[in-house]
Write a protein that binds this ligand. Structure first.
Ligand code: FAD
Ligand code: FES
Ligand code: MG
Length: 285
């Protein structure tokens, strides 16, 4: 079954959101889960994207993505009425939701997309939510309004000071952890390097911290090993054992090394797509 794009919006220069027909996924999904999509056919690259929201009555799911390479560029070039060949999911384990007390939710860049359904569900469980949203610059801060609606306190930071406080997210995170009482739980979702340093901060204060890992994925069923990480000294597969893990037990250095393994070919494919695409419009329907 092809999956039609029902609506699409550009949230910033490189960030897009779309509502996509996927009734079975919409009915079954829980916060924290993701889908693996392939755009044109079974030979297209498979990429994982978090289910940012769902409307089971309409039979749609919401995806939010950042255009970073070939496949996310291809997805960004689709329009309302176009279809995506395959949407597999919901995949991964759902977020473990409970009333912790005060939860600090830290989102970096596009990490705000997977963080929002988790923070919303935690709020619904009766937790007090402190959200810290960070990005390189103002343009890359997404979903601020949505976080403001579900947060008891919202702190925004940018690396260049173009919006909010000029700081990395770890600075306010440390201050929040120094409060008395300290937060009962933290969630950090964003680039691997950000999650690594957030975990270093929360570890000092013994604040348990969940992270959602963005390893390379291929099959999403635990068969290919593409998403393998070292967790508490043992191998785990992010697609079936995660994507959420106790961040204090993740070997982030190894994960970052594996994430960069295909950088050269990814860049070449992206360049090829950009030059092949849009020159004279022959590839458009
Ligand atoms: P490429 O140029 O091919 O790759 C750019 C970078 O993306 C790579 O260096 C690598 O770090 C990563 N990447 C490449 N291929 C894959 C792959 N098959 N699987 C995973 N990572 C890959 N991004 C969003 O914008 N929104 C989301 O909601 C979102 N949710 C995710 C949920 C999970 C569980 C995971 C694992 C990743 C998620 N990502 C999300 C990241 C997204 O999958 C990558 O940005 C995307 O695959 C890049 O593909 P590309 O061809 O455009 O870029
Ligand atoms: Fe293949 Fe996880 S994506 S084992
Ligand atoms: Mg790619």
């Amino acid at each position: 079954m092809a999956h039609k794009i029902i609506s699409k919006q550009q949230l910033s220069n490189d960030v897009f959101t779309a509502e996509i027909e996927a009734p079975l996924v919409a009915a079954a999904r829980q916060p924290g889960q993701f889908v693996i999509i392939s755009i044109s056919n079974e030979y297209s690259e498979r990429i994982p994207l978090t289910i940012a929201g769902a409307n089971p009555k309409k039979g749609t799911i919401q995806l939010i993505w950042q255009r970073v390479g070939k496949t996310t560029a291809e997805l960004s070039d689709l329009n309302v009425g176009d279809t995506i060949a395959n949407v597999a999911g919901p995949l991964g384990k759902a977020t473990h939701l409970k009333k912790f007390g005060t939860v600090v939710c830290v989102g970096g860049g596009i990490g705000n997309a997977p963080l929002l359904p988790i923070a919303t569900a935690l709020k619904e469980q009766g937790n007090t939510i402190i959200s810290i949203l960070g990005a390189r610059n103002k343009e890359l801060i997404i979903l601020e309004k949505e976080f403001a609606a579900i947060s008891d306190e919202l702190i925004v930071t940018t690396d260049d000071g173009s919006y909010g406080r000029k700081a990395l997210v770890t600075e306010p995170l440390k201050e929040v952890c120094q409060r008395n009482p300290k937060p009962d739980q933290a969630y950090a979702i964003g680039p691997a390097i950000m999650m690594k340093f957030c975990c270093e901060v929360t570890k000092q204060f013994a604040v348990p911290t969940e992270v959602s890992l963005n390893t390379i994925m291929i099959d999403g069923t635990g068969m290919c090993g593409g998403c393998r990480i070292e967790y508490d000294g043992k191998p785990k597969f992010v697609c079936v054992d995660g994507p959420e893990f106790d961040g204090h037990k993740v070997n982030f250095d190894l994960m970052m090394k594996r994430l960069g393994a295909y950088k050269n070919s990814e860049q070449k494919e992206h360049e090829k797509y950009k030059t092949h695409h849009c020159k004279i419009g022959l590839d458009k329907k």
